[in-house]
Write a protein that binds this ligand. Structure first.
Ligand code: R5P
Length: 313
């Protein structure tokens, strides 16, 4: 059995780590994390972690590769300090789209990352909305995947969405959108999206389902450049859709995303805070749903050996 729990944050998203601690009614642990002038990262825990149940909060957000490396180093430092158990709390798992060898001579980086986390010494993973569920199987250690569906659908239930259809941005997102449609008791449509090579641009081809005269809630797991959302919005409008709301779990908002979203005349953009959102990217029609309650409750349950699945019932 482990002694008390200890929660530490890397530099990626301290606001979320603090909110998780507030949910659990405890203070964030004290750790020094900084970079030398040669870009080497240094970590030193400023309190004892020996035999403690340690949770390290670090979404893989920008700068992505620094966030990844920093977490690996934090895990290593905790391991060498004889932590009892180390859970990597990764609200957003980057490289999720690199989850299969679907072209010659390409990597499976989501798997490589899993190997690295295990090698560093992680005993468990706690994450939310992986790009593809099968990434769970890239790990040989226990992984709990939380679902933004619950807090986001709870928010949508407070709105009048009777004339809405939930729309998946591609066939791969059909289950995600169907789960939302079921919770909101709304119909479902799917965009048949074809990616163009390895570029970030995508092209929406067909709309499967009835959207003419309907309002649409476009749901995706993440918005990166917002190219997918632009294509989806354009396809839906061509097919006679009226008002549009966009929902996503991970608002990465890279490159031209914010300008693109501004240009779309959306009723609302609903996201979560699995990654930090810079003030300059918080549009007036953006609603941010906090995920600290889910992570705080899950950490409390993992620590006390209770079911995490019960959170979803
Ligand atoms: C793709 O399969 C994902 O579900 C998202 O649609 C994609 O990551 C969004 O990227 P972007 O915003 O750059 O189109």
């Amino acid at each position: 059995m482990y002694s008390d729990l200890a929660i530490f944050s890397g530099r990626a998203h301290p606001e979320l780590a603090n909110a998780i601690c507030a949910r659990l009614g405890r203070a964030l642990g004290n750790v020094d994390v900084f970079e030398f002038s040669n870009e080497n990262i240094f970590v030193q825990y400023q309190e004892n972690v020996r035999m403690r149940d340690v949770y390290l909060v670090q979404p893989f957000c920008t700068p992505v590769n620094t966030s990844v490396m920093e977490l690996l180093i934090m895990i290593d430092a905790a391991k060498r300090a004889s932590a009892g158990r180390i859970t990597a709390v990764i609200p957003y798992y980057a490289y999720g789209r690199s989850d299969k060898k679907d072209q010659p001579r390409v990597p499976i980086t989501a798997r490589l990352l899993a190997n690295m986390l295990e090698t560093a010494g992680a005993d468990r993973i706690l994450t939310m909305n992986l790009h593809a569920g099968q990434i769970q199987g890239f790990f040989n250690i226990p992984l709990d995947e939380l679902n933004g569906l619950y807090p986001v659908s709870a928010y949508f239930k407070t709105k009048q969405l009777d004339n809405y259809t939930v729309v998946a941005t591609d066939v791969g997102g059909e289950k995600r959108a169907r789960d939302m449609a079921v919770r909101l008791n709304l119909p479902l449509a799917i965009i048949d999206k074809r990616r163009i090579g390895n570029s970030e641009s995508a092209e929406a081809m067909h709309v499967i389902g009835e959207v003419e005269g309907r309002d649409c809630l476009i749901l995706d797991d993440e918005i990166s450049t917002a190219g997918t959302i632009v294509s989806a919005a354009s396809a839906l409008r061509q097919h006679g859709a009226r008002e549009l709301i966009v929902g996503c779990y991970h608002p990465i908002l890279s490159g031209p995303a914010v300008e693109r979203l501004k240009s779309l005349d959306l009723r609302e953009i609903v996201v979560t805070d699995t990654v930090p959102i810079d003030d300059s990217k918080r549009l007036p029609n953006m609603t941010v749903i906090p995920v600290a309650p889910q992570f705080g409750d899950a950490i409390g349950r993992i620590h006390s050996g209770q079911s995490v699945g019960a959170l979803f019932q």
